[in-house]
Design a protein around this ligand. Structure first.
Ligand code: ATP
Ligand code: MG
Length: 490
């Protein structure tokens, strides 16, 4: 081996780490020297020639002749192999959104989940224990995707208020679905002109499958979430009553009847109309009782006709204000609205973001609602969109029907970000994500805002970074809030 080349080799590595703090630099140099010696490759300090060596390493195409002479050498493959541990995966998608810094080499990480040449699907799943930073990360991701022009829709079943400040900062629409709120988009409104969302993407003639029929089947699922053990006869009664109810507004199975002569949607029925139809027939009176809550009962505000404009490109659907017994129908209500918006998006790229996924598809959910959410996550890819979901409590996530729905969503999310969690929880997903024992231990030691990004077999630890503006809008830290209340003093 030509020992003259050693300075060059050393400088190369020195430059890689020069941005690090001196302690890390010292550690890495020592480690480098140890490895070099082990591979019979000697690294020597570049004393008194640092400046020339540094300038030679800059991409200026000008190498100091003395350094060049010393750097010339043949490199045996064993020497190159010695440098291997310092080569790490860089995540730098052109046109992607900024995530933070790669903790292995401090390179900025950019991710473009819409690049389907690179990612078989851009769906993303975030897991972590309470306080690990899931909501914070979702907020940042949504805000950054919106800044790139994407349409962003959130479904938030718990702590929806955490999404409000950024939503308002972005000029978005924050809708709180709760019995006391008037923010509920009409669940009976039909918002799609055709079921064939794929036709417009491929410039094909639209199929004429009835939008009304599909709406009716979804309304029956929504109804069944409030009345268990619905018999087949009752389902038929409901179906018939809905056909009649929409018929009063001139809407039939023919999609052309959905709109008026100007192409605008006709006035749509509200829950009170459905209630009246059920109530006027003695055979279906007992079914009307369930809807009474939305007509004359405590949730009457939810059933009222309103004029909410859903054209905003950043919408938060917060269902956390629903009482326990209305949680599931409330979530289904929000999912139904989100589904319509995404299916209508056409060629516009969209992102559906759902926090606290366990409450949608986990142990306390219901197979019908869980199946609907899972279907949505799967179909969104075909429309060029992505779904980003997050959850804590792996036990809960896999608690319904043997974990079928939780696993289904995990399988259809190519990109996974695992934030800090307890070892026991991490072991539950170790096999699904091909995590090594070392990585499981690494996950337990992550700090808030840090996560292991897994894309297939590439696993990169990332420290998520937020701008000051984002941080101030998103943070839920009680210390931050106390400081703010006290005008700067903790
Ligand atoms: N990347 C980050 N940079 C700076 N601070 C962060 C980051 N991520 C999280 N935090 C801080 O940690 C706090 C808690 O994070 P967050 O609310 O997102 O946790 P969570 O995982 O959603 O918890 P839970 O499951 O209880 O909802 C945030 O309010 C914020 O102050
Ligand atoms: Mg959270």
């Amino acid at each position: 081996m030509n020992r003259d080349g050693e300075d060059f080799y050393y400088m190369h590595t020195l430059l890689e780490v020069v941005a690090d703090d001196p302690e890390t630099l010292e550690q890495r140099v020592t480690e480098l020297e140890r490895r070099c010696v082990a591979k019979e490759l000697f690294a020597k300090r570049c004393d008194y020639k640092q400046e020339q060596a540094f300038l030679s390493m800059l991409p200026l195409l000008s190498i100091d002749p003395d350094i060049e002479r010393k750097a010339r050498r043949n490199v045996p493959t064993s020497g190159v192999a010695a440098a291997f541990p310092f080569a790490s995966y860089e995540l730098s998608d052109q046109g992607g959104i900024f995530l933070g810094l790669n903790m292995n080499n401090r390179s900025p990480a950019f991710l473009d989940p819409y690049d389907d040449y690179k990612y078989t699907n851009g769906n993303m799943w975030i897991g972590g224990s309470s306080g690990a930073g899931k909501t914070f990360t979702l907020n940042c991701l949504g805000g950054r995707l919106r800044q790139q022009g994407k349409r962003v829709i959130y479904i938030v079943p718990k702590k929806g208020h955490e999404f409000r400040p950024l939503c308002e900062l972005m000029g978005g629409l924050y809708l709180r679905l709760s019995p006391s709120s008037e923010d509920c988009p009409n669940i009976m409104a039909i918002r799609r002109r055709s079921l064939d969302s794929y036709a417009s993407l491929k410039n094909m003639e639209e199929r004429r499958d009835s939008v009304l029929a599909e709406k009716i089947s979804r309304l029956i699922i929504w109804y069944s979430l409030q009345k268990r053990d619905l018999s087949d006869v009752d389902k038929n009664h409901l179906d018939e009553s809905l056909v009649k109810c929409y018929g009063h507004y001139g809407i039939t199975a023919d999609n052309a009847t959905l709109t008026d002569e100007n192409g605008r949607f006709k006035e749509m029925p509200i829950l009170a109309d459905w209630y009246s139809v059920l109530n006027e027939n003695p055979g279906t009176k007992h079914l009307a009782v369930v809807l009474a809550r939305y007509v004359t009962g405590s949730a009457a505000a939810m059933g009222r006709r309103n004029n909410i404009d859903l054209n905003n490109k950043y919408i938060v659907l917060d269902t956390s204000g629903m009482p326990d017994d209305l949680q599931l129908p409330g979530i289904f209500w929000a999912t139904d609205v989100a589904n319509d918006l995404i299916m209508n998006a056409g060629t516009e790229l969209s992102a559906l973001i759902a926090d606290e996924l366990w409450s949608l598809v986990g142990a306390n959910s219901n197979p019908l609602a869980a199946g609907f959410v899972q279907e949505m996550v799967k179909t969104i890819r075909g429309l060029g969109g992505i779904a980003v979901t997050s959850t804590q409590g792996m036990q809960d996530l896999f608690g319904l029907d043997g974990g079928k729905y939780g696993k289904g969503i995990l399988d259809s999310s190519r990109i996974k970000l695992i934030m800090q969690m307890e070892e026991q929880e991490a072991r539950l997903i170790q096999n699904v994500l091909n995590l090594s024992d070392l990585e499981v231990r690494q996950i337990t030691r992550l700090r808030r805002g840090e996560g292991l990004l897994c894309i297939g077999y590439n696993h990169v630890p990332i420290a998520f970074y937020a701008t000051e503006r984002e941080y101030n809008a998103i943070t839920t830290s009680s210390t931050d809030l106390r400081v703010r209340r006290n005008g700067g003093d903790a």
